[in-house]
Design a protein around this ligand. Sequence first.
Ligand code: UN1
Length: 505
Amino acid sequence: MTVLFAPNIADEAAALLTRLGVAPGAFTGGGREVRSPITGETIAKVHDASTADAAAAIEAAHAAFAAWRKVPAPRRGELVRLLGEELRAAKADLGLLVTLEAGKTLSEGLGEVQEMIDICDYAVGLSRQLFGLAIATERPDHRMMETWHPLGVVGVISAFNFPVAVWSWNSALALVCGDPVVWKPSEKTPLTALAVQAIFERAAARFGDAPAHLSSVIIGGREVGEALVDHPKVALVSATGSTAMGRAVGPRLAARFARSLLELGGNNAAVVAPSADLDLTLRGVAFAAMGTAGQRCTTLRRLFVHESIYEGFVAKLKAAYASVRIGDPRDPDTLIGPLIDEGSAAAMRKALDDATAAGGKVTGGETVKGPGQGVYVRPAIVEMTAQADVVRRETFAPILYVMPYSDLDQAIALNNDVPQGLSSSIFTLNAREAERFVAGSDCGIANVNIGPSGAEIGGAFGGEKETGGGREAGSDSWKAYMRRATNTVNYGETLPLAQGVKFDI
Ligand code: UN1
């Protein structure tokens, strides 16, 4: 099928940005070239913020904090409700812009905007549920409780692969919690950030009396990120990206006793047990391993298949890998879009070479001709006999290492025997196996009969070990964006001291 697209992606992006409310001066004439991975062509030139600009944005956000923290939380929720409405109105345009700038299929670009809408809805409800506990006190005529208060300016550092959703998981929560947000998007995806900022500003204008600078974007490289990490008026930095980035950011925040919320590398595994529903498993594995061209932090990278079903299942998997349509992500028939850039392809080639040297048998992985200079590859399956070093490191590309296992405890040990701990899953119809896996996996996410990727916003999202330990989105993740105060109130006429201490003057 031949699908005709706008002949020039730069024009298409400019039209979308203009419709989304971004002034043309913001994406033309700047010093930073933005390329579309679809064809590799330059589609915009944005302006970098200086470190002085970053400091000014943080000071302005800090001034906004003084006013915003006093606004009742349910009223703060109203701003996020309006943001959700504006995102609904902008969904088609923003979803396509995600596709043009990050290279995801249109269905995934739209899905990412849907995730933003979902977290807004979630945060609106949360704005009436920021509650603490009443705690039994040992003293008569006393009451002890905990209350939750706005924390301060939240810095968000996000990656190219979820260029807008990660901002929303943090910002929807931060805003209802009373915190302004300063966002440093990936250098590779500033256009979608500019669009989200314009959408936010429309919501703030409808809200009416929101303080200025509740949300701002600073575009730039490492220096701008460092400005955010080092500024004493940034109370929390939520950073999504590689473990290397987290190693740089985490200790710097710790050095000034600021909070960090880290969502770093993953090296996610799935176990296919003998009783698994193999049709369902095949679809689950295919989406988790190949979706987003293997560029999700939750992408399935390691597959342990029980030896009794190994050969048949791996043959089916290879057939699925050979058949997926790779190409322009705007084409509705495409399942696999481009890699973000040539650097990713080089990392993939290196990993496949290392895997071959370690005895692995590679199927797929070759370059595929796509539009223009875009970097397209066929996802690779690599059959390994052991979990070599290359398997234990995260390569942000569509490579699935497949290994047989003989007993579930061995598979669980292999699942855990990597430095990362984000997501994991088991395919089985055996309840004992499922429960043993869920209890035994050391990851932040452990699923049954679905792959490790594609989490909903209602759960806490994040993982352990080199994944960084942070949790975003649902459950009680909001607590990271607030200051907890324990309050003891004496409504009696004497002053009993805790632990029976006497101090009579
Ligand atoms: C990421 O790749 O940084 O669970 C996040 C998922 C998505 C989020 C991925 N909801 O795959």
